[in-house]
Design a protein around this ligand. Structure first.
Ligand code: NDP
Length: 425
């Protein structure tokens, strides 16, 4: 008898809930709790309309109103519902409050994005890694960043390390969205989090800064664990790549959270980079919004009230959960590795291609929410089936990748391999 409490009711949470309802043998009871209960009710109604069931069984779904920043209310709800796992698919700002509530109520935890303080557009694992001992001592598991990137990209890395390499020397993570929603400017997941991420400085990770020859002025080099961060201006490094089933796209180097944990966990690693594709219209709009101050995260006085410009912008932009019917095309997200096995040089590319319209037909969402919500459900399934239960706080490459990789193929995100990929210069 497995019970899950899901916090959040946006685009990603809606997909995770629908995929749980497709696996009622594992997810017998689901409580969807979020700030706006009407959104929880809408997810429940949509799932019931689709009639997901297996062998005559259906997930029993209830909903509740919850502000997850209110730790006492979260603890009380956990104690009342008694879930086996709490899934945090609200926003990264809530991570620490929900982890504290889980510790207090004695339940394990999973999320899809690492902690970011609201007043500082900056994310890193250190805040959540600081909870390692507390979770270990409480005999609880916390699974961090279990979406696609972060998430599946780390499972891909663990799989490559386990099966194809003695040492991985370089890793490029490529996130391509070839979808078109027809708007001049919209974001595919929470606009505030998305814009904070892409407006930030780019960075990549290298083991040895003296051997690295950066092509753009390097603003900063910061020592981190086994290596160094090399920081560049936003969008300063551009590459063009020809993606399977999508075609040629411009992609730009971004800082991304999984670089930090993979830099610690991949044997022999010398360099890790993350690239994401952007169209010219998106970049032009973003530059303009930045130039006029609309992406600012500090409060400004307007007509006697304080507003945060990026939060006001969020209210004007289309809700990512509403892009489903309009978005056409495919995503292609994967990892290219280069390293050695038995003394021989090896190259390996593993990726998933996902079609926006197929996702919409299945669960009513576009592919970005789908490629995040499906891995979140699989991570929860791994935990509930006793396959990913190491105590403490862990990122996805720290668990056995094999059962997760098998689930990707049956839960809607099949992967493909290429042993002779074109490398990114
Ligand atoms: P949305 O903005 O669509 O949804 C966020 C949800 O969280 C909303 O229902 C919101 O409620 C709820 N929420 C916000 N604050 C609180 C609070 N204090 N208490 C309770 N509920 C709250 O976001 P997405 O679904 O697009 O993204 C969800 C998460 O997934 C984010 O953390 C995002 O960064 C992450 N993500 C991860 C990816 C990956 O590959 N790893 C990719 C894409 C996203 P309300 O409706 O009231 O605003």
């Amino acid at each position: 008898m497995s019970k899950v409490m899901l916090i959040g009711a946006g685009g990603v949470a809606g997909v995770a809930a629908a995929k749980m309802a497709q696996n009622p043998d594992v997810f017998e009871e689901l409580l969807i709790a979020s700030r706006t209960v009407a959104r929880c009710d809408a997810i429940k109604a949509d799932i019931e309309k689709r009639g997901f069931a297996k062998n005559g069984k259906k997930t029993v779904i209830t909903t509740a109103k919850l502000d997850a920043m209110d730790q006492a209310a979260t603890v009380a709800m956990i104690r009342d519902f008694q879930p086996d796992l709490v899934m945090n698919i609200a926003l990264p700002y809530q991570d620490l409050a929900i982890m504290d509530a889980c510790l207090e109520a004695g339940v394990s935890y999973l999320d899809t994005a690492n902690y970011e303080p609201p007043e500082d557009a900056h994310f890193e694992y250190s805040w959540q890694w600081a909870y390692r001992q507390k979770f270990e001592q409480a005999g609880l598991t916390a699974i961090l960043g279990c979406g696609f990137d972060p998430g599946v990209t780390q499972v891909f890395s663990a799989y490559a390390q386990k099966h194809y390499f003695d040492e991985i020397h370089t890793l490029d993570i490529l996130d391509c969205n070839g979808g078109d929603h027809g708007y001049p400017f919209a974001t595919n997941f929470n606009p505030e989090i998305n814009i904070r991420e892409v407006a930030a400085k780019g960075s990549y990770w290298v083991a040895d800064p003296s051997g690295d020859k950066p092509e753009v002025p390097v603003e900063n080099r910061k020592a981190f664990d086994k290596g160094w961060w090399v920081e560049t201006a936003p969008m300063a490094i551009k590459r063009v790549y020809n993606f399977d089933q999508v075609g040629e796209k411009d992609m730009y180097l971004l800082h991304h959270e999984e670089l930090e944990s993979l830099g610690c966990n991949l044997k022999g690693i010398k360099r890790i980079r993350f690239f994401m594709t952007f169209g010219q219209s998106y970049l032009t709009h973003l530059k303009c919004l930045e130039n006029v101050g609309m992406t600012r995260i500090d409060p400004v006085k307007f007509n006697g009230v304080e507003i945060v410009p990026i939060q006001f912008l969020r209210a004007l932009l289309p809700d990512p959960a509403s892009l489903g019917p309009r978005t056409k095309g495919k995503t292609n997200i994967g990892c290219i590795f280069e390293g050695v096995k038995d003394g021989k040089s090896v190259r390996y590319y593993v990726y998933n291609v996902c079609d926006h319209q197929e996702c919409y037909r299945e669960v009513g969402s576009q592919a970005i929410s789908y490629t995040t919500g499906v891995p979140a459900m699989i991570g929860a399934k791994m935990f509930l089936e006793g396959k990913w239960t190491e105590k403490g706080v862990h990122t996805c490459e720290e668990f056995d990748p094999d059962p997760f990789m098998a689930e990707l193929n049956v839960q809607g995100l099949p992967w493909q391999e290429n042993f002779d990929p074109v490398m990114v210069p």
